[in-house]
Design a protein around this ligand. Sequence first.
Ligand SMILES: Nc1nc2c(ncn2[C@@H]2O[C@H](COP(=O)(O)OP(=O)(O)O)[C@@H](O)[C@H]2O)c(=O)[nH]1
Ligand SMILES: [Mg+2]
Length: 318
Amino acid sequence: MTMQTPVILVSGTLGCGKTTYVRTLVRDNPGVRFGVVVNEFGEVGVDGDLLSPYVPDIVEIRNGCICCVTQDQLVPAVREVSTRYAVDVIVIETSGAADSTPVARQISLLAPVVSLRAHIVIGDCTLAADEATRDRSYCNALASAGIIALSKSDIADTARISGWRAFAASFNPRALLLDIRQCEATLATLLSSSRAEADGDAPSAHAAHGYVSVSRTVGDMTERQLRSLSERIGAKVLRMKGIVRVDGQWSEIQRVRTRLTIEPYEGRPPREGRLVFISRELFKLSLQRLVKESLAASVVGDDPLMPAPGYRATGGNG
Ligand SMILES: Nc1nc2c(ncn2[C@@H]2O[C@H](COP(=O)(O)OP(=O)(O)O)[C@@H](O)[C@H]2O)c(=O)[nH]1
Ligand SMILES: [Mg+2]
């Protein structure tokens, strides 16, 4: 008889901590063989590389959100992970714009081979709950979540954390409300819970989320150039991430809103550095121009003797 492979669905806004959560979950459960399906807007993926040192079995779905544009790729991806790799648990990380309701519905098409066991929606406590929840897709995800996990309580102010707690308790009282660090440690609890309330009748997401993404390959940069780039692209770019050689060391670049972090990259060095930029307020053309100008100005502005990094467009999609 075929065993049902449990699926954990993880969603939440851009930069809320989905990949960080998946990485910790996998790292803290070394006896469990995980398969991961990770979805990104752009045609150039970053999360797959960030997860690859920990998860051998990853399928990336790029070029659009799995709740709408790339929905038809989800079932084949989950089937591939569950059959080809014979994993114990499948984790699906949606893009930051996804409405997880249609995603859950797609997963149900694969019953009884896989079954959605936990639906975790992350709330980023560095954002005010009422700001984060202006997005309808995200609200749909929160409404159907079995678990609402609050991230970044270590750096958020207490008023925002209490705001999130109050919001989550009233908006979806059925959901289990946890600090994300509690979820990381409790795989057995996640899998034994029946808190995967995929509401099949909820309205599906609109076809376009209004996000645009642009990817660039980049040459070596200094930390100063990167910080200058981060400042120049401004607040209209909600998210920047990538893997770049910074001051001679391959680094994981993360910028959520205007908060930039540069950490050593632990995976296999890529052939070339790359950065992905995501915005919701700008047209694609404007984002392309902003990125191009900011990259050029950051490098030239920092050191006139240094040639501009050899960046070139690698596309990206809305
Ligand atoms: N301080 C803190 N930072 C976090 C936490 N979760 C995620 N981050 C940081 O937030 C940034 C975006 O995280 P990531 O997991 O890539 O977000 P995703 O876009 O939702 O997958 C990274 O710099 C993470 O290190 C958390 O609980 N606390
Ligand atoms: Mg991610």
